[in-house]
Design a protein around this ligand. Structure first.
Ligand code: SF4
Length: 204
């Protein structure tokens, strides 16, 4: 157990160092880069509160980072369409270009993971999903719009390479196809989540 945690810390050190290296080259901080990537992935405006929740930053840090990005012309704040009193943040054209670049810094990790066999990648991703879910349940990280908590997720439905199924999109899903941030995710009720989880964590 200690060695697993130690290994994860080593990965985290590598990621932090790569993130800073990229950010310094781009004239940003890793937090600002993360916000740009989040806005790009969401494909639409987000409120400050949503950004803070998704990035697990405080409201003050989020507000400062967004103001700096606004000052650099990478995001703009507009009135939210559904609530004239609230502000929504969105990328400018320059911000979208910067976000695309920011999304590339984890490539060093993708290359390393790419050297694993596909069965190793599958076990690795499944293990990461389980760990992320536990961290969510303990309140250490924000909830993700992930398959394993979705009302449409049917785990281990077929005993083959793509065992899972999405009832909404009628998609067969292998372990590495499972989504972590799905735009059409619908949170299942607690009883369904428990049932789904029990099936998902069965040894394969
Ligand atoms: S709707 Fe999205 S999150 Fe839900 S099961 Fe289908 S792919 Fe997964």
């Amino acid at each position: 157990m200690g060695r697993v945690t130690h290994s994860l810390l080593r990965l985290s050190t590598a990621m932090r160092s790569q993130a800073w290296e990229w950010a310094e080259g781009a004239g940003l901080t890793p937090t600002q880069g993360e916000i740009l990537v989040l806005l790009m992935q969401r494909k639409g405006p987000m409120r400050l509160g949503e950004i803070a929740r998704e990035t697990a930053l405080t409201a003050a840090t989020t507000s400062d980072a967004v103001s700096t990005l606004e000052g650099k012309g990478l995001v703009e704040k507009r009135r939210a369409l559904d609530d004239g009193r609230a502000l929504a943040v969105r990328l400018t054209t320059r911000g979208r270009t910067a976000a695309k670049r920011a999304a590339q810094w984890p490539d060093f990790l993708s290359k390393a993971v790419g050297t694993l066999r596909s069965d190793e990648q599958s076990v690795f991703y499944r293990t990461l999903l389980k760990t992320i879910r536990q961290l969510e349940a303990q309140g250490h990280i924000p909830l993700h719009r992930m398959c394993v908590t979705c009302t449409y997720f049917e785990p281990s439905k077929n005993p083959k390479k793509t065992p899972h199924h999405c009832a909404l999109l009628d998609l067969s899903l292998g372990d590495t196809d499972l989504r972590l941030d799905c735009s059409v995710h619908e949170t299942a009720d607690v009883a369904t989540q428990k049932r789904t989880w029990k099936v998902f964590v069965q040894p394969v």
